[in-house]
Ligand binder design. Sequence first.
Ligand code: BMP
Length: 207
Amino acid sequence: MENKIIFALDVYDHETAMDLAKNLGDKVFAIKINWPIILENGIGIVRELSKYSRVICDFKLADIDNTNRMITEKARDYGAWGIISHAFTGFKSLKAVVDAASGMKVFSVVSMSQESYIDDVTDKLIDISKKAGVYGLVAPGNRPENLKMVKELSGDLKIISPGIGTQGGSMLDALMLGADYVIIGRSIYQSANPEETLNTIYKSISK
Ligand code: BMP
């Protein structure tokens, strides 16, 4: 069960981020970063964090093809291992991300961990994602029915699942339902001892 966690590093502070990356980077599959850390520290943080782990830029791209391409190229230039895009903006937008990724793994969001997401088009979003040639899908670990459906339609695509811990989902359930990796943030970085928390999670899962 080692390396089944993608660590969501949603903090602002540079020192905090680097400490967490140094201590946890080799114990997780990847570190996922989102807008909060980028807006505070700049895109250079991708390169800094890449010393300790694969870095997935969770930019949730949702723009026209050209803008998506430009952002994807920046993530790639700074050494990101993966990037996350929305799928709802359609084939052309998502294909632009895949084309610009050149070696970076592209994940597309096909369902979200909040119930207000547009669930009635999940199958279409998976279809668009497959046609665009993504590497994996983002599907919620705290909404078993959605995850199950995504797994059934996903074919060979990897599935990464947020919504674990703080948002109510169980890591074990998500893995059993087909997630290849789970995304966990607050339950780890807000705990008193993140390293110990990570070890405890791994221990409880391997039982
Ligand atoms: P946390 O474990 O602290 O709830 O963090 C979950 C992470 O996954 C956050 O970075 C969030 O932006 C992301 N995420 C999510 O929670 N739900 C989704 O449907 C898609 C996400 O990317």
